[in-house]
Design a protein around this ligand. Sequence first.
Ligand code: NAD
Length: 366
Amino acid sequence: MIETQPQVKSESIFDKMSNLEHEQLVFCRDEATGLKAIVGIHNTVLGPSMGGTRMWNYASDEEAIEDVLRLSRGMTFKSALAGLNIGGGKAVIIGDARKIKSEALMRRFGKFINSLNGKYYTAEDMNITMRDIEYMSMETPYVVGKPQYMGGSGDPSPMTAYGVYMGMKAGAKKAYGSDSLEGKNILVQGAGQVGKYLVDHLTKENASVFVADIFEDKIKAITDKHGEVSVVDPNSVFQMEMDIYAPCAMGATLNDQSIPELKCDVVAGAANNQLASEEKHSAMLSDHGIIYCPDFLINSGGIANVYHEYLGNYNKDRVVASTEHIYEVCMNVLNHSEENKIGSHEAALELALQRIDQVGKVKLGV
Ligand code: NAD
């Protein structure tokens, strides 16, 4: 008898879109420049979708689709919770940036963005430079995060760091009854764009700051500026006793292995997708008595920055005030999590969905 493999029906693109509740997925292709890009528009209830373009050499088209779906959905919740009137979107360009990126490719991509008539605003993300932002802007007005010399809001990292600092203070208030970070042992993992500005805020408040990075020059830049900062081996992060852990490098550092080892009271950092598995590891942190300040909430200073550029008449004081609001929202999320005995990640998602639902009805007049 011939054995046959059971027929597993693969998920169609529409299945994937409906699983994550996407509105639109736009495929863009151009033979001459080698452009292959996908724009994910997740939700436009609160306003046009907004989120950066990432260029990555994906192993397959399927991987690129998964990434754009996941990232654009994340932007919906991030902006909704931050109180911004925009929806979630993201774009990916498939290919090795060092090999295929060109002026023509970026401008062709800009033309595709333009054809969406403002339903999606793009910005920079991995492997997209300010020069690329300029190229896209030559073909479409639907680009934000432009350099200051083009009238844009410039590098969003300082605002992202300020928001993380605000969220961290809310986490400290919940854990210790006071939001002062003075004397707290805080480990910043990743001394990059966000990490370095975060260290500025923490040292100013006389926290006891530790940094870990895989590159010597990043560490040196920080210790040259702040002689009081201590250095930790990047491989020993989870062996360290600390009060607050601030992941500001890569995602998925909160997982089955790290959480049982983690010796801290609060996690508050900039890195995207810190939880390897959203539900499981958010609950696991609660079970270990660790207060988790949701990443997508406290790293929203950067999107607030470009949102204010999109509104026009960019005013830094206004963005600072909007970013300071992260403190209050983070307190609400942590209280909602405690009262409803759910992880803080779920609590944040619930509050984001609540705002989309309530404001959406106001907009529709129902
Ligand atoms: P970055 O690339 O400038 O900095 C990341 C730093 O982490 C680098 O210095 C790198 O050497 C270090 N690093 C990498 N692997 C490490 C490891 N194993 N241990 C210790 N350090 C390691 O990036 P960034 O702009 O500072 O962003 C940091 C994180 O915050 C990213 O996850 C990013 O997606 C997220 N984020 C950034 C912004 C922003 O405005 N820049 C906004 C929202 C979210």
